[in-house]
Design a protein around this ligand. Structure first.
Ligand SMILES: [Zn+2]
Length: 615
């Protein structure tokens, strides 16, 4: 039978927002395909020979089964993306599209090109009518809405119509709202949360990250988390634990309860095993409670740029070919990887980095070489290997907005509201590069003698409360208290330092507490094991032991930190910025129980020691 002629469409839309602002919405192919009226797709594995990065997809509509192979999406943030589909069954033989963002003087031109090859000339007319009258109109409307919301400094959901709730939810919502305001005392955030639940698209509600909303709403992270936890307690929201694959960063496994979590996991995209890690890949995510609003888990497109928002470019390069991706990077660390190589290259992006860079892909492994490039590099990727290559550049620490299991599982709010939400008694979960802080009240014995038990106990308890509040505000949680000592866990070292700084400031300046409290601290970071001990998360390992020894050897008003903490780039940056308030001294110490080695430590004091006159 004769095939239909290839059809070509080229549409241009003039929008006022910048490419970077448009990118998250316009490259969200899953949402766009749904809005355009596509049928949900599912992954099939019809052939074992699918090249890495390609997908075998299908959908079933009106009893007509359509299946196709999708080449990897190609993208260059925030300038272009595109994909092609090669059909095996159905009325199409091939579908290709590319979207380009062109920055002009006062506008962004979004240029969309579509190529469609029907299997049969008889379908040509219907396809043409559908594409020109339905698809184009819906797309224009969506782009308009996105552009309008950006121009008002809003997100698209804030100017969209209310969505359908579960029957009876309207009534329930009113009661929950009043209760939630009462429990959290945070009316403004509660109102924003209700808007989100009622107006946002399913795609935005499938996995809600409270910290990224906090950033957008201009609210404190811990306040937003507090509202979300109360909302989950009242069955307005539901939560689960995403355990992301460290390679592709996708939430490949999700557990409704922490005790259901498995430690050994597998990613079928990367074809590799991975482990649950409390401080690296396990995140708390929220979604509306199913009795309030049903969120579909249907997918309308797979593998698009927003399925991997940390990936700035993905390219498919034939043997002997080159690509010149145009990308706009923020400063930071990125990894260059391919589907065929185990290793990676490390790209440090700096304003003053190199502008011209050529990366050669050969049959040799990528050896971890480090390159410093500029934020707008002229990048050439050349495939000199014997295979077609799919390669990509990923931002390394992209999950700052995620809530890590380590920080939240020990937080006061979470434990109060969900005390049963902990690990299985037999589980031992790795917590990589977790930060441990110990504080100690140096003069508690004197305090008890001077003030009498009753007054002293009250004040010591008050001191725990203050520490707990500050730790929570700095993204940490108190694991336990031991006598007058606090053991707290943080996702990253600089947070622990900020917390101690604030604690010290409060206890040295506030008049009610006065100088009566002499607090010292020890901070170390490294790998630990998280377990459930008597119904609470606790940590074991050398990292914990070292941190607790560090507080022992600290003096009054001192923070004793290990070299690992001190050398952490974020800590360095923080100390540099506050060099007038911190005084740092280096020394070698012997730690109890670690007799064999001398331990290099840094003593950090908040104020300079009094000047001594030398005569
Ligand atoms: Zn993966």
């Amino acid at each position: 039978m004769k095939e239909g002629q290839q059809q070509f469409y080229h549409w241009q839309f003039s929008l006022s927002a910048s490419p970077a602002k448009l990118w998250p919405y316009v490259s969200d192919t899953n949402r766009i395909f749904r809005i355009l009226g596509a049928t949900p797709v599912s992954e099939t594995s019809l052939s074992r020979s699918t090249p890495k990065g390609s997908l075998e997809l299908s959908h079933n509509k009106l009893k007509s089964y359509v299946s196709w192979r999708q080449t990897p999406y190609i993208w260059e943030y925030p300038y272009r993306f595109g994909v092609s589909r090669h059909y095996k069954l159905g009325i199409l033989k091939e579908l290709r599209f590319s979207t380009e963002f062109i920055s002009l003087d006062h506008e962004t031109r979004v240029s969309i090109k579509i190529w469609i090859q029907p299997t049969n000339p008889l379908f040509s007319f219907i396809i043409k009518a559908y594409v020109e009258y339905i698809i184009k109109r819906r797309l224009a409307k969506y782009l308009q809405q996105v552009d309008e919301s950006i121009s008002k400094n809003l997100r698209p959901y804030e100017i969209s119509k209310p969505k359908k709730l579960v029957r009876g939810a309207e009534r329930k919502i009113k009661t929950i709202k009043a209760q939630l305001i009462e429990n959290s005392k945070r009316k403004r955030i509660v109102n924003r949360l209700f808007d989100l639940i009622q107006l946002a698209d399913d795609e935005e509600l499938e996995r809600i990250h409270p910290y990224s909303l906090a950033e957008y709403w201009g609210e404190k992270k811990y306040s937003v988390l507090n509202v979300f936890l109360h909302a989950a307690k009242l069955d307005l929201l539901d939560f689960s634990w995403d355990v992301c694959c460290p390679k592709c960063k996708s939430p490949k496994h999700t557990f409704r309860k922490m005790r259901e979590a498995r430690v050994h996991l597998y990613c079928n995209d990367c074809e590799s095993d991975y482990m649950m890690d409390f401080n690296r890949n396990t995140h708390l995510v929220f979604t509306p409670h199913p009795l309030i609003r049903k969120i579909t888990d249907k997918k309308y497109s797979l593998g698009g740029p927003q399925s991997k928002p940390h990936r700035v470019t993905q390219q498919s390069i034939d043997i002997g070919s080159e690509r010149y991706p145009q990308i706009q990077l923020e400063e930071g660390t990125y990894l260059f990887r391919t589907h065929n190589h185990e290793g990676h290259l490390i790209l440090h992006v700096r304003e003053e980095g190199a502008d011209n860079i050529t990366v050669f892909i050969t049959d040799e492994e990528l050896d971890g070489q480090e390159i410093t490039i500029s934020t707008n590099p002229n990048l050439i990727i050349s495939n000199r290997s014997s295979k077609k290559a799919v390669c990509f550049i990923d931002k390394l620490n992209w999950k700052e907005e995620a809530i890590y299991a380590s920080e939240v599982s020990s937080s006061h709010d979470f434990r109060e509201l969900f005390s049963r939400e902990t690990l299985k008694e037999t589980s031992k979960v790795k917590a990589s590069e977790v930060t441990m802080l110990f504080t100690d009240l140096m003069n508690s014995t004197e305090l008890y003698v001077q003030e009498g038990d009753e007054s002293a106990i009250g004040r010591v308890m008050g001191h725990f409360k203050i520490i707990q509040q500050i730790v929570a505000e700095e993204r940490g949680g108190i694991v336990k208290t031991i006598g007058d000592s606090v053991m707290a866990v943080f996702w990253e070292p600089v947070s622990a330092l900020k917390a101690v700084q604030r604690i010290q400031q409060i206890f040295t300046t506030s008049t009610s507490m006065g100088d009566a409290f002499k607090i010292k601290a020890g901070v170390h970071f490294g790998d630990c094991t998280a377990v459930n001990l008597n119904g609470r998360i606790d940590y074991f390992g050398t990292t914990v032991n070292i941190a607790s020894r560090l507080v022992d050897i600290a003096s009054e008003k001192e923070i004793m930190v290990s070299e690992a903490v001190f050398n952490h780039p974020d800590v360095q940056l923080y100390l540099d910025k506050h060099s007038d308030t911190f005084f740092v001294k280096e020394s070698m110490k012997e730690l109890k129980g670690f007799d064999d080695e001398e331990f290099k430590v840094k003593q950090i004091r908040l104020e300079r020691p009094p000047m001594r006159l030398v005569i």
